[in-house]
Structures are given as C-alpha cells and as structure tokens.
Design a protein around this ligand. Structure first.
Ligand code: WQD
Length: 350
C-alpha cells in the first residue's frame, strides 16, 4: 500500500487533499507544526475518511513538528521503514504564504520556504524517496502576463513569489543532477477558495489573513462592517482586480491526479498551472457571493494594494491534457460551500 507524507496536512489545501487521498485508499503521514492550523482539523479529516479512532489506525499517522527539523524527518522516514511502510511520495504543502507579510519578513520566508524544502529533499534522498509534489503558486508570474502558461516568463513581485520560484529552480537542478531518479511536479495554484461541501473543512480565519475570501465571509457574517476593494482604476472591464478562483476541492483533486501521474510515469520534472481559466473581478465576485447566498456584502472602494496585479488568469491547458483532471466546480459552488463552512464555523476551527 502506498504511504504518502503530507507536510502541512492540516492547512487549508492540505486538509482537503488528505481527505481525497485517504478516500482513494492511500495511507497518510501528516507532519504539521500547527502554527497556522488547528488540531481540530484532524478530527474532521477522520470523520470524512471514516476513520473511527486516529489513535488506533495505521491509515493516518500524525507527527507534530517543523519540517526544518531534520531529526523529526529522519524519525518519520525510519519509523515508516521499520513498519515496512516506506514513504512512496512527499506532498509538500507546509510553508509561509501571506504575500503582503513576505515583504516585511523576507528572512522568515526564505528560511521556511526555501531552506526548509531543501531540508526535506535531503532526507528524501537519504531514504531513496524520489517522488515529490510541490505547492507552488501563480505568484511566480507577477504581472507581466494576464493569462500565463507554464512557459511564460516568471517575474515574481514579492518575496513570497520569489521563494516559490527559487524552489522550482532547485527542483529542476535536482532532477537534472540524476534524470533517471526523481519524479517531481510543481503545481502553480491560482486563487483557491471554497470549502468541503460537508462544512467540516474550510479556510480558517486568522488575523493576518489578507486574501479576499475570508474577508468577504467576515463581512457577510457581520464580523466586519465592509470589504475594502483595493482599487477600481485597474485596466479591467469594471476597474477592479481580476483573478482565477478555483474550488479547493478541484485543487485537491488536481494534487491527487498529479501524484498518480508521477507514480505511473517515468522520472521527470513537470510544472502545471492549476486554475479554471476563468477570470472574475472583485465586484463580480461580491455580486455572485451575494446572489448565491442571499446575503449582503457592503464594500468601499479603497486605494490599490502594493504588489497587486490587474489580472491573473491561468492557461490550464497543460494540466488538463496531462492529468485526468478538469476543474468541475463553478464560482456559485465555491461561494455556497464557503458560506456553508463559515455559517457552521463562524470562528473557524476554534
Ligand atoms: C484577490 C483580489 C485584490 C483583499 C495571493 C497569492 C496567491 C495565492 C492567493 C497562495 C485582488 C482583491 C483582496 C481585499 C480586495 N496564495 N482584494 N480586498 O493577491 O490574488 O493572490 O493569494 O498561494 O499565490 O499571490 O489574492 O485574495 O489577496 O486578492 O479588493 O480585502 O482581491 O486586490 O484583486 P491574490 P487575494
């Protein structure tokens, strides 16, 4: 049976992916520091994967720790070896991901996102685990191209995007250092939103969340008076920023299919855009959210946010052609599932 190591498995995208993998029959090992997530997520993952008791199962084993700690990584791999459950692939979700914050804490972002990933790769090499799925980001593109494909110029405009692009370069160097050994895919996410339709998993509120969707939900819940719309003078149809919003479950399915692709094919390094190919402006998003959920989201037009780009929509043709994958859920479903999660969990997991 294939055992997969998931770093950051209780985070927003990691937790939804864990449910997909468990229900596909994989055994999982989660390594998470829980600095950015709640241990309550584990109970909900178990409920959605029909695991009765997390302490009695071999389907899901959890280690609490930081992936920069080589000791814990060695413990995880050696424990798996002792149980003859060798880790066949690592899915690396853990990392720092607040674009705005990265401008003020570059050293933390370079240490966690780059040095930490090098740490994992070194331990993987030691234990002859050479299959790696990496969470990259559309932030690597910057604002040069409204509709980038994987060969488009990548020119990040913030330290967060720089760290993601740097890891991608390291992964290419690693692959070409021994081309018949490594199977590596990096997935460039666009704008993940939504929640598991059960309402058991979703995007947790945290004070430094800068993404738009947690804020839209807070305003709709009455926890904030209004949403700030960062600029209505962009070169877009209604002047507000256009993004490619993708349902977190479509993203989770994309990770599963990308891993299946790796495990079934020859060693290679692959870069894939995971987006819907559909652009939605901020004002359109607000309108669709209000219509989908029969609620109001008051907003005020504010100045542009530093580091923002006007428009970023995925050219997702390569992912669709290579993987047995297609983003199935539309924006209405994203809004409804997110609202369902937020109504059931007005204070997130706590
Ligand atoms: C979306 C749009 C804002 C907040 C970043 C990363 C990306 C991914 C998602 C990790 C923009 C506007 C936002 C608000 C607003 N993260 N906005 N009011 O910046 O597109 O992407 O997060 O992988 O890699 O780059 O996401 O949700 O912050 O912004 O008007 O309060 O909403 O200007 O047009 P972004 P976002």
């Amino acid at each position: 049976m294939n055992t997969i190591l998931i770093t950051g498995g209780t985070g927003f995208i990691g937790s939804h992916t864990c449910v997909v993998l468990l229900n596909a029959g994989f055994n999982l090992i989660i390594l998470d520091s829980f600095i950015n997530s709640s241990e309550k997520v584990l109970d909900n993952i178990c409920e959605l994967a029909n695991i009765k008791d997390i302490n009695q199962t071999q389907r899901l084993i959890v280690y609490k720790g930081d992936f920069r700690n080589k000791k814990i990584l060695n413990l995880i791999f050696s424990d798996a070896e002792l149980k003859n459950n060798n880790i066949s692939c690592v899915m690396h979700f853990a990392g720092l991901k607040a674009v705005g914050e990265s401008n003020f804490k570059p050293l933390s972002y370079w240490d966690v996102n780059v040095s930490g990933t090098i740490n994992i790769l070194k331990v993987m090499e030691q234990y002859k685990c050479n299959n790696f799925v990496f969470s990259s980001s559309a932030a690597v593109y910057g604002g040069l191209n409204n509709n980038p494909n994987e060969d488009s110029i990548a020119r990040p405009e913030n330290p967060y995007g720089e760290t993601k692009l740097t890891v991608e370069k390291i992964l290419r160097n690693l692959y070409f250092s021994s081309p018949n050994k490594w199977r590596i895919v990096f997935l460039r996410y666009f704008n993940p939103i939504g929640a598991h339709e059960s309402g058991l998993l979703g995007e947790d509120f945290n004070n430094d969340a800068t993404n738009i969707f947690p804020d839209i939900c807070k305003v709709a819940l009455g926890k904030k008076k209004f949403l700030k719309v960062f600029g209505n003078d962009w070169p877009t149809p209604d002047g507000t920023g256009v993004r490619d919003y993708i349902h977190v479950m479509d993203l989770a399915d994309g990770h599963f299919q990308a891993m299946q692709y790796l495990l079934r094919n020859k060693p290679q390094v692959v870069c894939l855009n995971l987006g819907t190919g559909v652009g939605t402006s901020v004002l359109e998003l607000i309108r669709i959210f209000e219509e989908s959920n029969s609620c109001k989201v008051p907003y005020l037009i504010s100045h542009r946010r530093i580091g923002d780009v006007a428009c970023l929509i995925a050219d997702n043709k390569l992912a669709i052609s290579k993987l047995n994958w297609f983003p199935k859920r539309d924006l209405k479903k994203m809004c409804q599932d997110s609202w369902n999660w937020n109504k059931k969990n007005p204070n997130g997991y706590e």
